[in-house]
Design a protein. Structure first.
Length: 255
């Protein structure tokens, strides 16, 4: 991991130079950040960056994303400009809320991250966020339900999204990116929890292409989370953040 981290930091420095940007946060997302990687899981590096102030003073909006594929596509680096991130934050965008909580950080402006997390907490909309996870849960659940064999990767996608729905229904704070935190802090039957922990350990030993069978109890648990989310989601509150708060943050970050 140390060698890979050094490579990723080198690529990030190259990206800054090539694009004329300043990286505010570069972190791991996906299964490695969620806490259930396989030995051959890709490195999904996500970046928040900014340009110099004059870049934004144009009648034509330039491209606000970057993409960088390396090491035979084993390293995937992509990112969003800070203005795009703030627009997404206004909508309580879950992938953005996840990456600012990542436990695996390659590069960071600590002052920015602390301030952005405080703004994200204020911007958090439980109703907007649950719709994202509910859609993910239903899509992945349909791929494993009533199927003899399925990829364990898909199973965990469905399970994590389902548990995130449960978290949003029962807790006021944003769902954590780390699956283990949700699993440990929610009131989940110990038999289900213990089996999930076993499967996480097992997944760490098998390839992404491995096909799994069974786990009917956990699959029914997912279905219960999905059904509950569909029934209760409309009662959840939205965000109370003001666009002026986001504008102020944007202006300050460019100073």
């Amino acid at each position: 991991m140390k060698i890979m981290k050094e490579k990723i930091i080198k690529y990030l420095n190259e990206l800054e130079q090539a694009k004329g940007i300043e990286i505010l946060l570069a972190c791991e997302t996906g299964s490695r950040a969620w806490g259930f990687p396989s030995p051959d899981s890709d490195y999904d590096v996500r970046v928040i960056y900014k340009h110099n102030k004059n870049w934004y003073l144009s009648l034509v909006e330039e491209k606000d994303t970057v993409e960088y594929f390396l090491e035979n596509n084993d390293i995937d680096i992509s990112g969003w400009d800070i203005r795009k991130c703030l627009k997404l934050l206004w909508k309580s965008n879950p992938p953005l809320l996840e990456r600012i909580q990542s436990p695996i950080i390659y590069k960071v402006d600590e002052s920015f991250l602390n301030s952005f997390n405080a703004l994200a907490t204020k911007s958090y909309s439980r109703i907007a966020t649950i719709y994202h996870y509910l859609s993910m849960a239903k899509k992945s659940y349909d791929e494993i339900y009533n199927v003899e064999e399925y990829k364990l990767k898909k199973f965990f996608y469905a399970l994590r999204a389902s548990v995130a729905c449960l978290w949003i229904l029962e807790r006021e704070e944003m769902p954590p990116i780390e699956f283990g935190k949700m699993l440990n802090e929610l009131n989940i039957d110990s038999v289900i929890r213990n089996r999930v922990v076993e499967l996480i350990e097992f997944k760490s030993t098998c390839s992404e292409s491995y096909l799994h069978k069974g786990e009917s109890e956990i699959i029914m648990f997912m279905k219960g989370c999905i059904d509950r989310a569909e029934n209760e989601s409309k009662q959840l509150p939205s965000s109370e953040v003001k666009i002026s708060d986001l504008n102020e943050f944007f202006i300050n970050i460019l100073e």
